[in-house]
Design a protein around this ligand. Sequence first.
Ligand code: GRG
Length: 310
Amino acid sequence: MMGDFAQDEFARRLVAVAENTESLLDKLLQPHILPGEKTRPPRLLEAMRYASLGGGKRLRPFLLVETARLFGRQDEGVFRAACALEMIHCYSLVHDDLPAMDNDDLRRGRPTVHKAFDEAVAILAGDGLLAYAFDIVADAPTHENPAVRAELTVMLARSAGFGGMVGGQALDLEAEGRKEPHSESFVALMQSMKTGALLHYAVEAGAVIGGADATQKAALSRFGAALGAAFQVADDILDAEGDEQALGKRAGKDADRNKATLVSILGLAEARNKRDALAQAAIKALEDGGFGDKSAVLAQAALFTANRKS
Ligand code: GRG
């Protein structure tokens, strides 16, 4: 019974955060300019809106907002930080889909940005979202304390940058060309950067906004790291399972391309065990943080992340 209630509450909160994120993203991505800007070119703005509105699970905003809510913070500033993070995520998807990277035609059920517009506009739309994200997180309405805004900004730069997401993407691309098998520790490191870093940031940013103490921060950091790892193992499993159905064979397209994934190293069954253990480790970290029932929605988020179908 309790489990059902927590699940329903999670589903309700996920929709609510997604709706608020969507409406604030819409408000932020308008033609009117900010002091210091000259004009927002309409086609570029249109591509940035296309890249970020009308799709996605909004899992990163959800984690940020729900972590801040543990500490009673639910103001628009929290959603600004969430939107900034989602903009970075959307930019990474736009650039990842480009012909020079994954060369994908479809994203979130629609043509990718370089297909709907063109490659140059897709590159610039990603760049525009990246820069705007830092504007939003560092600007006054995000938090009343400038030291908190500075901390959020530095953390975001390090999560998104060459020691985080961008670096993880670089390691992943380098690994694709290699013939020798990848080690589990390499894959774990690469994944913790490529996809883990932004999910981890979501939770850590919520803790900073909420004014968590050192024990709470440490527990939430462990929660975010475990959830981020579970997310990527789940992604590898979805790819392999999808391919199994499509190709009728055990290995997925990741394995065929010698992609560095945990499924290729551990096999599907062991990868599933790993994913479930990571979700449980995330839940245990929340328990250690001593948040009680207040963290039930975040615990559900860990289960959702591990068991998601898309
Ligand atoms: C190109 C700078 C640069 C970075 C790319 C995150 C990333 C690094 C690439 C995305 C490619 C990809 C599909 C990775 C697998 C994990 C992932 C980030 C999936 C998409 O995230 P979801 O499931 O997507 O949260 P939605 O659409 O729900 O937001």
